[in-house]
Design a protein around this ligand. Sequence first.
Ligand SMILES: [Zn+2]
Length: 265
Amino acid sequence: MILTNENYFSREASKEYLGVSQYKDFIGSLGKLGCESKALAKINGDWEIEKTTALLVGSYVDAHFEGTLDLFKAQNPEIFTKQGSLKADYKHAETIINRIERDKLFMQFMSGKKQVIMEAEMFGSKWKIKIDSYLEGKAIVDLKIMRELHKAEYVKDFGYMDFIQYWGYDIQGAVYQEVVYRNTGKRLPFFIAAASKEKEPDIELIWIPDEHLKEKLIEVEQNTPKIVALKNGDVDSIGCGLCDYCKHIKVLEKPIHFSELLGEV
Ligand SMILES: [Zn+2]
């Protein structure tokens, strides 16, 4: 299939291609456990993630910078009140947009080509990426609207970490940089252009160094064959037992000891 903005998130595309969110569905990030069963259920159309307000606020800001806000509003009538005005969360999205537009450097980073789709054959799978702002020959920029930018996230066995590693945005950087490299022969720096949803929105341009991306790409290379085998049905998936999908399909077989509630501590 030929990838377009219209079919990029389609089921057909998710079967044929591996993307960063699908990769994270399977493998997880440091902060979020992956679930093979849920990942497959999403691909097969048996499980859909809810369009949460948090998600929609991010998409609202994305749509603004992509220049498709009118279409976004038409496709998401739930962002309006019955009286037809924007709900408070999306009014706040406007505040975030205004804050971003007040910063010259942020806007420079956001001035590339928007929503650029590329694909590459890597590690035994076809991969797809969609770049928020592609500054040809210069940089790859991804826009993130976060709750906070400087909060330390806690992960058992790892300790405190930044939101980049917690949500696996470094994995995204690794894949994006490599796919662009395989298409253009240029290894471009990867940046997260981040704004927060706080009452007073915070902004940062965050660079993830190439050496760090290289380490993450090695992980991606190691994990991809397993995902391909799972998608082909060559191996059985394992459920995480904790996500919404696993809870939904759970069938009790016997009582558990109360000490099992916390899992392996
Ligand atoms: Zn699960």
